[in-house]
Design a binder for this molecule. Sequence first.
Ligand SMILES: [Cu+2]
Length: 463
Amino acid sequence: MAMLTRRTLMKGALVVGAYAGGMGLAGQLGKPASARAATTLLTRRTDALITDKGPTRAAMTYGDAEVPPVLRMRRGVPFALRLENGLDEPTTVHWHGLRIDNRMDGVPFLTQPYVYGGDGFDYAFTPPDAGTFWYHPHCNTLEQMGRGLAGVIVVEDPADPVFDAEIVLNLRDWRLGGDGQFIAQFKPRDAARAGTFGTVRTANWRQTPQYDAPAGGLVRLRIAATDVTRILTLNVDGADALVIAADGNPVADRFALDHLMIGPGQRLDLALRMPETEGAIAALMDLRGTKPTTLVTFRATGASLKRNLQDLPALAANLLSEPDLSAATEIPFILSASAEERPKDGICGSLGYNFWAINKVPWADDSGDPTAPLAEMKAGRTYIFNVENPTPQVHPLHLHGLAFKPMNSNKQALRPHFSDTYLILPDEKVQLALVADNPGDWVFHCHIIEHQKTGMTSYVRVT
Ligand SMILES: [Cu+2]
């Protein structure tokens, strides 16, 4: 059935595996990483071929290749990796969506020291859930992510259905001028609104790349929206596509993709049924905004495999704690604009403004002044976050270390589903129900990074 291997389809996206099963101490969840991991991930500056104007200088990447590698892990298998910081500024790595030990969560000051240029940090954890996740810095985040530091994580499960091909898509924009070189990452007046948009759209750092896949075959598309600002409305032209997982977790009843909105930090796993005829093209589109944008194309190759989407087995569910709504404690989280005084400059960078707040408290996240937790929760108990968005903007709200179920929106019909990032609409009220089953200080913030960095950040404590 598998005519093409994953390796042949990954194209520029180098795959790094670092299963640490045989590596001893570094792989033990809950213990300090006392041994250096066999795999290293180097942050460094690089020239990048993003436009036809020649190399874009002073991009930032992870690893040896131009594009950050896809990190492959296995559910329940210890993983270890040493971050080596080759930048001339501090950084950290956050593993977005992975419910791991708080000490491995990558938030400077709150969970670990920042990692200076020339220094390293040993990350070691066991991913509890299979699915599509991603990794990025939590220090000088707008600049470092804007210049390239964002990669995709695939956590495999041996029971995953076999597809004819798998294609991982890291969707993001770049703030480049007409000469193909970086321009300022943000404009303050836009940070106070929807955020500052990129000028060049890419998938895996290429403009509208084309991938080959077997005609009539089933392709698993693992999509991560890693941009710092842009919200997408995804559709597929020229082929049928089913949504099989969202934000790392299988959907209970898979459904046809139809104008689905995802925001920064969110992921979508699609089962794409390739066209029958060799040479036929399908396209992943973004329909948000004034004109449709083709993000990626897929070209059918060879004789049709005659596969049927309905024959695809369901993905195995992740083992998440079901909230006990009869014994839940409710906690309000109200998003707002803010006009408080300038934040202090921090080692991990400040944008110099407070435009946003949660429960009236603006916090610029990676400045070393974390205020107090907005809520304290008892391990093992159920909580409901009553989130209200009276602002005129959409906000992708991300909670570290825990998984929640969105319920009872006054604006959207919600499917029962576990997630780590919720895209809240203007004037929406929603309930995020969760079991506080992972102790630690967990950041809860908007993933439009300008909003995060100008105050729309808080944290909760689980003890
Ligand atoms: Cu926001």
